[in-house]
Design a protein around this ligand. Structure first.
Ligand code: 9L3
Ligand code: MG
Length: 138
């Protein structure tokens, strides 16, 4: 009996950072990265030994230079998508409490977007189904 080799499961965390005007921060993936040019909810891969919440705090610090606290984080929903070589599982966190001003520390363009305008931005396939959840929430 032969079994289909299963694809690797990659756990990635993403954040809808929400400002005082109820806008959501999108980051454009820079040239040289996969999915370059698409607008995503900031985040990245969970590293071995890390909880998703700690990974999110680390990614927001590395990519945007902001601080947040794990205590105010719980996933709103999960995205999943199958790429050619891996399955992506991606919880989306909503974060309204953070310290500092987001800066593009990885050469990514940043844009604050009203929930209803999120659909105007081309996104990676994993991110797109998350929009309706955010529009309902915000
Ligand atoms: N990804 C998709 N949507 C997102 C994020 C943060 C990441 N909102 C995908 C793109 C890559 C993989 O997850 O295929 C790993 O992300 P990164 O480490 O290249 O940012
Ligand atoms: Mg990233």
């Amino acid at each position: 009996m032969s079994e289909t080799p299963s694809k690797k499961l990659v756990l990635v965390v993403a954040c809808a950072l929400v400002d005082a005007d109820n806008r959501v921060l999108l980051a454009q993936r820079p040239e040289g990265k996969s999915l370059a040019g698409l607008w995503e909810f900031p985040g990245g891969k969970v590293e071995p030994g890390e909880t998703p919440e700690l990974a999110l705090v680390r990614e927001l610090k590395e990519e945007l230079g902001i601080d947040t606290k794990t205590a105010c984080l719980a996933p709103l929903t999960f995205a999943s998508h199958t790429y050619d070589s891996f399955h992506l599982l991606m919880p989306l966190y909503v974060c309204r409490r953070y310290w500092g001003t987001p800066q593009p520390l990885e050469a990514q363009a940043l844009k604050w977007v009203k929930p209803k305008q999120l659909r105007d931005y081309p996104m990676p396939p994993a991110d797109e189904p998350l929009i309706s959840h955010l529009v309902d929430l915000l």
